[in-house]
Design a protein around this ligand. Structure first.
Ligand code: KIV
Length: 283
């Protein structure tokens, strides 16, 4: 029975103290599985630049690419609330640019909200987008689009000054209208403090159990992203190895002729042996 999740449902979950699940997704088949599993929200993250396109960071991803992936995810979700990430340089220039980009992402994918990175520096953008009726998820702490400024993917909010800055970023994005905020690689006590201080839904990734919800990149949690696994990831399955074994078996059966077996063919639809013999002679 479909039970569509909205921003209001998610805010009610926070108020009831119910934890919120979120995973990234970039394609239709995986979206169907995630949605059937009852995951509350799906993030079409610009992490697709790394997980789907093989870049070393998220910076090259374009808005047109986000739209292609996003549409497929939306078609696979019956109930989950779908959030579209705004890629690098699709919103940083001005609130006007941010509104135009957010408008495209929603209009052309039919998703339910957008996410953008940054705290106090992007409040004008968040206000412009929310004023247009589009729910915004902010993203503070370790913001991957600033990887070059951070000098790598590093924990943020360490030390008193940085902790204060991350808390102030959270309060700024809330004031600007964000209904949800991703806290990435933020120390757990600070993340729990932010969660208690804000009416926004906090979604943690590497931010401890004190957030309102959690997000993981699905390839990381399913063992599909190679040997490196960040400390905050838990592997819930080893689908990568299962896939590799299946492809090896297929390769070996194709080579040996074991596949396709009679049960994998349409033998009943074949013409009579006499007819095929005549065809053989004719050509
Ligand atoms: O792009 C992404 O997948 C993200 C999550 C890691 C929060 O921003």
């Amino acid at each position: 029975m479909p039970n569509k999740i909205t921003a209001a449902t998610l805010l009610q979950m926070k108020q009831n103290g119910e934890k919120i699940s979120q995973v990234t997704c970039y394609d239709y088949s995986t979206a169907r599985i995630i949605d059937s599993a009852g995951i509350n929200t799906v993030l079409v993250g610009d992490s697709l630049g790394m997980t789907m396109q093989g870049y070393e960071n998220t910076l090259p991803v374009t808005i047109d690419e986000m739209i292609i992936y996003g549409r497929s995810v939306v078609r696979g979700c019956r109930n989950a609330f779908v959030i579209m990430d705004m890629p690098f340089m699709s919103y940083q220039i001005s609130p006007q640019q941010a509104l135009e980009s957010a408008g495209r992402l929603i209009k052309e994918t039919n998703a339910h909200a957008v996410k953008l990175e940054g705290g106090a520096s992007v409040t004008g953008q968040i206000k412009a987008i929310t004023d247009a009726g589009i729910p915004v998820c902010a993203h503070i702490g370790m913001t991957p689009q600033s990887v070059n400024a951070f000098g790598g993917f590093k924990v943020q909010g360490k030390g008193e000054e940085n902790a204060r800055r991350v808390l102030e970023d959270a309060l700024s994005v809330q004031e600007a209208g964000a209904f949800m905020v991703v806290l990435e690689c933020v120390p757990p006590k600070l993340a729990a403090l932010i969660t208690s201080k804000t009416s926004m839904i906090t979604i943690g990734i590497g931010a401890g159990a004190g957030c309102d919800g959690q997000v993981l990149v699905y390839q990381d949690m399913l063992g599909m992203s190679g040997d490196f696994t960040p400390k905050f990831v838990k592997r819930f399955a080893d689908i990568g190895s299962a896939m590799e074994n299946a492809f090896r078996e297929y390769d070996s059966e194709v080579r040996s002729g074991a596949f396709p077996a009679p049960e994998n063919t349409y033998a009943k639809s074949d013409c009579s042996d006499e007819f095929l013999a005549r065809l053989n002679e004719e050509y």
